[in-house]
Design a binder for this molecule. Structure first.
Ligand code: ATP
Ligand code: MG
Length: 393
């Protein structure tokens, strides 16, 4: 059955009063972004605390649903049939016709769940349930009512029109992007950081991203891979401003001056400093990374502390307690995994020492960084000035 209208459900907890209004507006905005990517002509409307998508003319239902399933804030998508407000006999015929078209066999158990949003309708909810239930039983003698655990739910809502639906397709949950400020994602070509970005965005946070590129040690293909990953994350978040920083000279300078076992930590401290610069400039309220405790040498508690030492903004690490397999599962679910496992090096893997420190001492790291004093400010300044900003998605 091809529907012309969808009712969009969202979790209402915690969005009372003024927040509700902002939440709904942001959700409508994000739905419109998702629909722009869908072939066809659609209209989104808000009526009485409900959001509807109307499809005008031909469209691909699969494609529409796939795109809506990526809009954070949606808890359910209900394909609805809309009929004008009418008397109970006509309504019964509509409900029976709806079931006939939707289901092949008619021996299932069912339950009518009526809702009367306009009080001038002559029947109340109980009467509607009874009358419509009776009509279904009369039309399909093999069906039975089960009020506790029915196989088929039939929802009937009486509003400015009458809406009939049976399926609630799960949405991604979360909150609409844009309702909780913005954060700067440190996006590498790996498995973890796209997932970390997705998790923070799911809570309503808009994302910008920064990628540290080290040509010629990292190839154009590695950069393209990060752009592709940003594109995939942007399917959920809307367009992402991706900052591509040329990090080569900074890395070479650190390589030249500092003990090699400390390279990764010192490099990561410069990544954080530069990411913070762009975060501040673009009004982000925090940084996001894909780190998880103990995954690699640079993610032990000591290493994380040494990296965090340079940050003045909150750093969000949504994967902190996840095992790699759990992260991989999520990466597969959100569609970034296949791109992440393409074999192009990211800059960290080129400059890793054979025996990196796993328990760096912050004071020692700070002392090593002193060896960079002569040129590092200039190099950072150049990196900031030459950063390329791409709008992805
Ligand atoms: P990922 O799979 O996300 O690359 P990882 O397990 O490879 O993570 P690291 O390379 O230590 O771990 O990186 C830890 C985090 O630092 C990443 O999740 C990402 O947020 C950030 N990061 C690492 N390299 C880069 C880079 N070249 N550009 C931007 N951010 C980076
Ligand atoms: Mg990595």
């Amino acid at each position: 059955m091809n529907y012309q209208k969808f009712l969009i459900k969202y979790a209402e907890i915690g969005i009372k009063g003024k927040n509700r209004h902002l939440f709904e507006e942001a959700l409508v905005r994000q739905i419109r972004i998702a629909l722009k990517k869908t072939e066809g002509s659609f209209a989104v409307s808000r009526e009485q605390g409900r959001i509807y998508v109307d499809c005008q003319g031909d469209y691909d239902q699969e494609e529409l649903l796939e795109n809506l399933k990526r809009v954070f804030g949606i808890s359910g998508i209900c394909p609805v049939v809309q009929v004008p407000v009418c008397g109970i006999e006509e309504l019964s015929a509509h409900v029976v016709g709806f079931l006939r078209e939707l289901y092949d066999t008619h021996s299932q158990t069912f339950k009518i769940h009526a809702r009367r949003a306009r009080k001038d309708y002559p029947l109340d909810t109980m009467e509607l349930n009874r009358e419509l239930g009776g009509a279904v039983l009369a039309a399909f003698p093999h069906m039975r009512v089960d009020v506790h655990d029915p196989q088929i739910w039939v929802y009937v809502e009486i509003r400015e029109s009458i809406y009939i639906y049976s399926h609630v397709i799960p949405g991604p949950g979360g909150m609409p992007v844009g309702t909780n400020g913005k954060a700067m994602l440190l996006l590498s070509g790996g498995i973890d950081s796209p997932v970390a970005g997705w998790m923070v965005a799911k809570r309503g946070v808009k994302l910008d991203a920064v990628y540290f590129h080290a040509p010629p040690y990292t190839s154009e293909r590695a950069k393209q891979k990060v752009i592709d990953l940003a594109k995939q994350v942007a399917r959920y978040t809307g367009p992402i401003y991706l900052h591509v920083v040329n990090f080569t000279d900074i890395q070479l300078y650190i390589y030249d001056k500092c003990p090699h076992e400390e390279l990764t930590i010192i490099m990561r401290r410069y990544m954080m400093r530069i990411a913070e610069h762009f975060a501040r400039e673009t009004k982000s309220l925090g940084l996001v990374t894909g780190e998880s405790i103990g995954q690699v040498a640079s993610q032990t508690m000591q290493s994380l502390a040494a990296t965090n030492d340079v940050c003045t903004m909150p750093v969000y690490r949504p994967l902190i307690g996840f095992d790699k397999l759990e992260i991989v599962d999520l990466a597969e679910k959100i569609g970034t995994y296949e791109t992440s496992i393409q074999p192009y090096e990211d800059c960290c893997t080129i400059f890793v020492a054979k025996h990196p420190v796993t328990k760096p001492n912050v004071n020692i790291i700070r002392r090593s960084e002193k060896k960079l004093e002569e040129k590092i400010d200039e190099l950072v300044k150049t990196a900031l000035e030459t950063t390329e900003v791409l709008i992805v998605g």
